[in-house]
Ligand binder design. Structure first.
Ligand code: FES
Ligand code: FES
Length: 167
């Protein structure tokens, strides 16, 4: 086990939304705090800070992950996508529009995490191998929508794209 001195800083290199960052950080810094406090990417929300609510979800090397459960140093050399990075993706426009049109958000606290998980799931779903949306959404706590609007948004998007519509 590596032991760190008090106030010691360690180097970390992370590619976030396509841009490489090299920083010196405290070894105990959470990835969620690194994104929010060091990089100013506050679209990554922090709710429970122990892996339950899903608000802090980011994509780590293309897969959804809880950024509150990881130390930034543990994902050194990783590729991270936050909601800010997805916002530059044209494919994301349709998802954003579907959420907006179907009232899939109210306060919006859970929304970045849910959108990241849904965006990845949509890429992997097909008629022959449909994604289990209960499973996807079970990783996210939304205290406002009752999930009705979120499911409606997914369904509308899939109908528009001609994919399977069971959400
Ligand atoms: S803040 Fe990370 S899961 Fe709740
Ligand atoms: S929209 Fe408020 S928590 Fe989900």
């Amino acid at each position: 086990m590596i032991r760190y001195e008090k106030d010691q800083r360690v180097p970390v290199t992370l590619t976030v939304n396509g841009r490489e960052y090299r920083q010196w950080i405290e070894p105990r810094l959470l990835l969620s705090d690194f994104l929010r406090d060091e990089l100013g990417l506050t679209g990554t929300h922090v709710g429970c800070e122990h892996g339950v609510c899903g608000a802090c979800t980011i994509l780590l090397n293309g897969s959804p992950a809880r950024s509150c459960l990881k130390l930034a140093i543990d994902v050194d050399d990783g590729q991270i996508t936050t909601i800010e990075g997805l916002a530059r993706d044209e494919e994301f426009d349709a998802l954003r529009q579907a959420f907006s049109e179907n009232h899939a958000l109210q306060c919006g606290f859970c929304t970045p995490g849910i959108m990241l998980s849904v965006a990845v799931a949509l890429k992997h779903t097909s008629e022959s191998d449909p994604v289990d949306w209960d499973d996807v959404l079970s990783g996210h706590l939304c205290r406002c929508t009752g999930y009705v609007g979120i499911r409606r948004a997914i369904k509308a998007l899939q109908a528009k794209e001609g994919g399977e519509a069971k959400a």
